[in-house]
Design a protein around this ligand. Structure first.
Ligand SMILES: [Zn+2]
Length: 474
């Protein structure tokens, strides 16, 4: 029997705000333990939370970026549980009235575009971090109360690879939108995966198994690559799976039972009495709407369509937004955007990295690259000379035409002048001449190289070839 896999993913993302969700403590990674805490985020008695407006904005912005409906009435709830990392013994979250819901994310997958629907994206707070020592344990509450967004996908993902691509695409959107820095090593993005299997064609879902403790997207993929065959094996042997939570053991490369359905928490959700419901009006949503940016996939498709770029080039401009913007300004002024893209990717990007220069400090405008490629296309300079001109314009900021003019780098296209160099090359390379006349066509390249050397690379190589051929025929 054939089986199919159903996967849903819950992604937790720390929002990029200056301060925490309910207090003014800094939202910053890496400080000494328990130095970014106050009575509010330590859950001391008698304190009141005050919502961080930027976190509310970023939540709405995420909703807009993920094509969600923005709730005009959202509220906060208490999720009750006792665990050392939760100082209040409850977490403030959004239960039945989330800020945004019913959206979707499109992403590239297996040569096409896949869509995964988003159930909801709701706002909550992060908890502290437990540390275990030889004979004791400690908790760092610096992270407690950091605004956290939970993005829940519909169970529509059908493979480990698709889950991996979904997570990457989601991360790209969140980074692009300025929602989060999504630094996985700093724990800014975490995910839990729900996975079940069922015989192909069956509509009812199989037993839902949740996998936790994956600290990278590749970890999530590996966990699924282990868990899916495990479930299929149990079911295909006539066994029965029951709903449970499993832990991914990254070192061993296996999932292990954490708790069964019977041990599942009852969180006793109830409305947070210390916070007003959140009911954004048109103006407020419009102010967030102005922060919506073009998403990576849309940008890639636009660059491929408008500038006729291959996917790899367009992708390079998706990964490096400022570089892409720079290219775009140049591309709008040329008929050969692909040539300009080559210069931006192969020369400009490499040079910026080598010299540790940022685009803001770049000395020449995009127009100079258009100028440079124009000089090559019109045959004024060779591609080789263009490399030297590029270095010069990178260093001085001078327009390429001026550099060519000033230093006499203009390509020699004068047949008489080139003819003399060709004669010289023929006279001093009797062996190559003999080879060529004996039918070894490749010998012409040696002579051509000689002329390029004599002219210090300034000769028009195609013209040199023609002249040499004519001379050797006679
Ligand atoms: Zn605080």
């Amino acid at each position: 029997m054939e089986y199919e896999v159903v996967i849903g993913i819950e992604t937790h993302v720390q929002l990029k705000t200056q301060s925490k969700m309910w207090c003014g403590c800094a939202n910053a990674f890496g400080a000494e333990p328990n130095t970014q805490v106050c009575p509010v985020c330590l859950g001391l008695p008698g304190v009141l939370p005050v919502a961080n407006e930027e976190a509310l904005r970023l939540t709405t912005l995420t909703g807009l970026l993920l094509n969600c409906t923005i709730a005009r009435y959202a509220k906060f709830d208490r999720k009750n549980y006792f665990y050392p990392d939760a100082p209040k013994n409850y977490q403030i979250t959004q239960y039945d009235k989330p800020s945004t819901f019913k959206g979707f994310l499109d992403f590239e997958f297996q040569g096409g575009i896949a869509r995964v629907n988003i159930t909801r994206a709701h706002l909550e707070e992060d908890v502290g971090k437990n540390f275990h020592f030889d004979r004791s344990s400690g908790v760092d509450f610096n992270r407690a109360g950091v605004p956290l967004l939970e993005i829940v996908s519909e169970p529509e993902i059908t493979s480990a690879d698709m889950a991996h691509e979904y997570l990457n695409a989601l991360k790209e959107v969140l980074t692009y939108g300025g929602i989060s820095d999504c630094d996985m090593e700093k724990g800014m993005v975490r995910c839990d995966v729900n996975v079940s299997v069922r015989p192909k064609g069956q509509t009812a879902l199989g037993a839902k198994i949740e996998i936790k403790n994956m600290n990278s997207f590749s970890g999530a993929r590996r966990a699924l690559e282990y868990e899916i065959p495990r479930q299929i094996e149990v079911v295909s042997k006539g066994g029965k799976l029951s709903q449970e939570t499993r832990r991914w053991n990254d070192e061993a490369g296996i999932t292990e039972t954490m708790r069964s359905k019977e041990q599942a928490h009852d969180y006793r959700y109830f409305p947070e009495p210390d916070l007003m419901p959140f009911a954004p009006d048109d103006d407020w949503i419009a102010s967030v709407q102005r922060r919506v940016v073009e998403l990576p996939l849309a940008r890639k498709q636009r660059f491929m369509r408008d500038f006729d770029l291959p996917a790899a080039d367009a992708q390079a401009f998706v990964w490096d937004v400022p570089l892409g913007n720079y290219f775009e300004r140049a591309a709008q002024q040329t008929k050969s955007p692909k040539t300009v893209a080559n210069w931006v990717i192969n020369n400009l990007r490499a040079r910026l990295t080598e010299t540790q220069t940022t685009l803001e400090n770049l000395k020449f405008p995009p127009e100079s690259l258009v100028d440079l490629t124009g000089l090559i296309e019109s045959g004024k300079i060779s591609t080789k000379i263009a490399q030297d001109v590029f270095i010069e314009m990178f260093n001085s900021g001078e327009p390429p035409s001026a550099i060519v003019e000033k230093s006499g780098l203009s390509q020699v296209s004068d047949v008489d002048a080139l003819g003399k160099f060709c004669d010289e090359a023929i006279a001093s390379n009797p062996k190559s001449v003999g080879d060529y006349r004996a039918g070894k066509v490749a010998a012409l390249n040696a002579l051509k190289g000689q002329v390029m050397k004599l002219t210090k690379g300034k000769a028009n190589p195609n013209l040199v070839g023609e002249i040499l051929e004519n001379k050797l025929k006679n």
